[in-house]
Design a binder for this molecule. Structure first.
Ligand code: TYD
Length: 207
């Protein structure tokens, strides 16, 4: 059985990831591809409990190492219980955020050394890396303005614009470093234009 494709979707808040994931799902349905949609942190019952701790804005400030290790604890669970078994059946996995979020937020945003994250990545994932990563890129100001009209902010959304600028720059650096895997989507355009960019990536994946 050929392993399914592992596609991850990344970017700062307000880039329209959710809307575009729904679009990707529609297009895969049309193409007759079997897939699951999942997300990080979370994706399994245990990992979703870890997620609720990570996003809880009522908790006292968490040490950045705790945050990183919880992200990877949730990821280990998600990978072993859901992602790997699904890929093994030949189904595709479309994941809303994955390890690149840890690099962008916990290293780019919080300042943890990249090598520490690489160590955890190699430990938890072994050789597994996404086949394609769509990066929805936009100005941090624009992204934040979009999320602030959504209501209640989680622990990350409470960060200031400088934090998201740093996260964005880290994403862009990774996209440059891994051009074979990254597909950069300009998320600042109107939705139809953004979907055209997503469609191009899908065309490439489906041929
Ligand atoms: P979520 O509500 O899924 O954010 P969004 O809707 O913007 O995707 O919350 C996930 C938050 O967790 C998001 O702010 C990014 C952060 N995060 C990390 O900091 N590191 C990680 O490894 C992951 C997976 C997420």
């Amino acid at each position: 059985m050929k392993r399914g494709k592992f596609i991850t979707v990344e970017g700062i808040e307000g880039g329209g990831k959710s809307t575009n994931i729904a679009y990707i799902a529609e297009q895969l349905d049309i193409a007759g591809i079997e897939y699951i949609l999942t997300r990080e942190p979370g994706g399994t019952e245990v990992a979703e409990v870890i997620r609720s701790i990570l996003l809880d804005s009522e908790l006292p400030t968490m040490h950045e190492d705790t945050e990183l290790l919880l992200m990877f604890a949730a990821r280990a669970e998600h990978l072993q219980k859901k992602i790997l078994p699904t890929l093994a059946t030949g189904k595709w996995v479309i994941c809303d955020r994955f390890t690149d979020s840890s690099y962008a937020y916990q290293s780019g945003g919080r300042g943890i050394a990249i090598e520490r994250i690489a160590t955890l990545e190699n430990w938890v994932q072994g050789e597994l890396r996404p086949d394609i990563t769509l990066l929805f890129d936009l100005d941090a100001d624009v992204g934040l303005a979009r999320t602030r009209i959504r209501g209640e902010a989680d622990r990350f959304e409470k960060e200031a614009v400088d934090f998201f600028n740093a996260v964005r720059q880290h994403y862009l650096a990774m996209a440059k470093q891994h051009p074979e895997r990254y597909r950069l989507i300009n998320a600042q355009h109107d939705l139809p234009e953004v979907q055209q960019q997503v469609q191009k990536v899908l065309d490439e994946l489906l041929t």
